[in-house]
Design a protein around this ligand. Structure first.
Ligand code: SF4
Ligand code: SF4
Length: 347
């Protein structure tokens, strides 16, 4: 057994040299740190569920730090959607630090959130946004702090195998990859996962906000949303989503839908959107309001995508009977039928 923590560095999709340099400086700064295993992956959001990269992430045991060009919330829920679940680890280097003495907004209603219906594994996932600081040392120090106060016992692959090369580990995607793998020349090297496929565009649901109201599944006419076997909303066909369109994020009453690569922070998952229920949504989402509501803007965006896809525009925010209303009507009908049958029995 060895005391280790996994650090995942998610690369920018843009290949911007300054961004690459920051990523590599962090990797270099961590390579010789004892107990820290570094894996470099392509942009986390773009990794396909069945790819080597996602299998590798799913195989990592214990606590994990993920450093990405994404808001912390987005990182957490992208991982969650791919079965990499855990508690949110507290970080002190954030993209939107709270003012001193200011608490994060707390929902004061008593709605049941999907997260409350789930069991969350007793592991921590720490998300760091690469936009929160520029000097790589700030990230290195924060990761070392997390490691030192939160060391977890995981089984290193080297302990099991007697030492595999990093290439072999990456190709199998097995448990607890070792960052301080040693190359043929004797140097420490991180594990690197190559990109498979290109850029993607799809919604990510924050289940700590989602109330399972089904507004999104009713609104989307491209078959992106579905439900699991216990009728909980999920993004079932992510790649059906229309590139660049964030329409359904505007109709979600809980602001639970993110598009992590959208240029507007509130849509991309910034903490700013936590307070959005109290302010003008159209301003927050950065769309030209022209007196329109967020729902009207969303309907226009949806129509644009329908036309681009060669289909007919449908207009207003609500065009279909809402799924939960259909279910309620169906349940009422069944009850009425039962009462009728009992009456017929004349007992
Ligand atoms: S509209 Fe929002 S709150 Fe409702 S089910 Fe969809 S993601 Fe959840
Ligand atoms: S952005 Fe449009 S296509 Fe994509 S999930 Fe939302 S409503 Fe559906």
């Amino acid at each position: 057994m060895s005391k280790r923590i996994s650090v995942v560095v998610s690369q920018s999709p843009s290949k911007n040299p300054a961004k690459r340099k920051l990523e590599e400086d962090i990797v270099l700064g961590l390579l010789l740190e004892p107990g820290i295993d570094v894996t470099v992956v392509p942009n986390l959001y773009d990794i396909k569920p069945d790819s080597t990269g996602m299998l590798a992430l799913q195989g990592m045991a214990g606590n994990m730090v993920v450093v990405a060009w994404l808001y912390e919330r987005a990182t957490h829920w992208i991982l969650d959607r791919n079965g990499i679940n855990g508690q949110v680890g507290k970080v002190f280097l954030t993209s939107e630090p709270a003012e001193e003495g200011e608490e994060q907004p707390v929902d004061e209603d008593d709605k049941l959130r999907v997260i409350e219906t789930r069991e969350i594994p007793d592991r921590k996932i720490y998300a760091l946004d690469l936009r929160s600081a520029n000097p790589p040392q700030a990230f290195i120090d924060e990761i070392k702090r997390i490691h030192s106060e939160n060391v977890v016992q995981v089984v290193g692959l080297g302990d099991l195998t007697g030492g595999l090369t990093s290439t072999a580990v990456a190709s199998t995607g097995e448990t607890a990859m070792r960052a301080d793998s040693v190359s043929a020349t004797g140097e420490s090297v991180p594990n690197r996962i190559e990109a498979e496929g290109g850029r993607r565009w799809y919604p990510v649901i924050d289940y700590s906000r989602c109330t399972n109201c089904m507004e999104c599944v009713d609104f989307c006419l491209f078959g992106v949303y579905g439900v699991d076997r216990i009728d909980t909303i999920l993004v079932e066909q992510p790649d059906n989503c229309r590139k660049g369109c964030p329409a359904c994020s505007r109709v979600c009453p809980e602001n639970a839908i993110m598009f992590p690569q959208h240029k507007t922070p509130a849509i991309a998952g910034s903490a700013e959107s936590a307070a959005s229920m109290k302010i003008d949504l159209s301003q927050l989402f950065g769309a030209p309001s022209d007196g329109k509501t967020a729902e009207q803007i969303a309907a226009i965006e949806r129509d644009e995508q329908l036309i681009l896809a060669g289909r007919d525009a449908v207009g207003g925010p609500t065009v279909l009977p809402k799924r939960h209303e259909v279910r309620e009507v169906a349940a009422t009908d069944k009850l009425d039928d039962l009462v009728d049958q009992l009456n017929d029995l004349d007992i």
